[in-house]
Design a protein around this ligand. Structure first.
Ligand SMILES: Cc1ncc(COP(=O)(O)O)c(C=O)c1O
Length: 373
């Protein structure tokens, strides 16, 4: 198989696998237990917290481990909304191109009677600070805009949007699940109040992620139980996942520059192979892009048979977010960009990473050309 679906999930590195294996063989571990085994578990937890804090320049106290990006997004949006006065209708701003975990959380808030503005992207696929500014109302409580879009790979002007929200005293949440490892995170210097990240997009195990929250942000837990995660997320910590995440983060640090250069090289190469084909229309914004995702539409082709043929030939690519590709629904992101259902269905998201090669991209482009022909 040629795996070009890193935006869905990344392969676990040998070092992470080895670390997880050693952990599994090291005996029982509950970081809340007071005996020596518990202390050893607590040490693993603290090490992961401190590693993550140093990579994203946050305080350890600002880190809440979650079951992944989905839970981090839910906790940011619903946990914040629940901390606010219940007798007032609040207003929220997000965009039409967010991940389903953000959109569904806002739909839930709407069902409770709150008001949500869903911003449309520009034709370039980005959300402008101007559109955020225009949508702000007196009762706007929170803005949630993603950093890198998981389907088209565009980067939103996050610094400007964060500054705008800070100037207006509005809490700003950013889904940075696709940006970790590709963009520079200086949480202490950003005006972002809450940031969601996930381990399985950076070569760690799935089922673990984090919400990074400035301590001044009011938040109510969604999961009640023990005192874990500063009383904001009850339940015995997923130490296996946290340990794997920590190893992946450590590797990420040492590969940062190399990874960035590699993905840019692959992006330029793939773009060069596809962009002059009259049957192909590139959907990724070439100005504000993360270099690991390239999305394009193939004109006048049946999407279903296209993906079936690619799969039969051994290519793993996607036509949207992992979950919507499973459901075979046209991508809501491409629809927000003005694509028809048919165009959205015949669009491909290629995404790559540390272990991808130029040869794999060449094989894919060749196979695609054969199918188009
Ligand atoms: C932008 C974005 N947000 C959130 C998520 C959800 O993360 P997780 O799979 O860890 O729940 C994803 C996963 O695809 C994503 O790409």
């Amino acid at each position: 198989m040629i795996y070009l679906d890193y935006a869905a999930t990344t392969p676990i590195t040998p070092l992470v696998k080895e670390g997880i294996y050693l952990f599994l063989n090291s005996g029982p571990a509950n970081a809340s237990s007071v005996h020596q085994a518990g202390q050893a578990a607590h040490h693993i937890l603290s090490k992961a917290r401190s590693q993550l804090a140093s990579i994203i320049h946050s305080k350890e106290k600002e880190i809440i481990f979650t079951s992944g990006g989905t839970e981090a997004n839910n906790l940011a949006i619903l946990g914040f909304a629940q901390s606010q006065s219940h007798d007032k209708t609040q207003h929220f701003i997000t965009s039409k191109i967010e991940h389903a975990s953000v959109l569904s959380a806002f739909e839930y808030l709407e069902s409770l009677g709150h008001e949500v503005t869903y911003l449309s992207p520009q034709s370039s696929g980005c959300i402008t600070p101007d559109s955020v500014a225009k949508a702000i109302q007196k009762n706007t409580a929170l803005v949630s805009i993603m950093w890198t879009n998981n389907e088209i790979g565009n980067n939103n002007p996050i610094h400007e949007i964060a500054q705008l929200c800070s100037d207006k005293n509005i809490i700003f949440h950013c889904d940075a699940v696709q940006a970790l490892g590709y963009e520079d995170f200086q949480f202490d210097h950003l005006n972002i109040d809450m940031l969601s990240i996930s381990s399985h997009k950076i070569y760690g195990p799935s089922g673990i992620g984090a919400l990074i929250v400035k301590t001044r942000v009011p938040l109510k837990p969604l999961i009640f139980g023990g005192h874990q995660n500063w009383n904001l997320r009850g339940g015995t910590e997923n130490l296996l996942g946290i340990h794997g995440f920590q190893i992946a983060l450590t590797e990420l640090e040492s590969h940062r520059l190399e990874d960035k250069e590699h993905s840019e090289r692959l992006f330029i190469h793939a773009l060069g192979l596809l962009k002059n084909n009259p049957k192909i229309c590139i959907n990724t914004n070439l100005e504000n892009r993360s270099n690991h995702i390239l999305n394009f539409t193939i004109k006048n082709i049946d999407g279903e048979s296209l993906f079936m043929r690619l799969d039969m030939l051994g290519f793993a690519v996607s036509n949207g977010a992992a979950c919507s590709s499973g459901a075979q629904k046209p991508s809501h992101v491409l629809k927000a960009l003005g694509k028809s259902d048919e165009e959205a269905q015949s669009s491909i998201r290629m995404s790559w990473g540390r272990f991808s090669t130029i040869d794999e991209i060449n094989s894919f482009a060749k196979a695609l050309q054969n199918i188009i022909d």
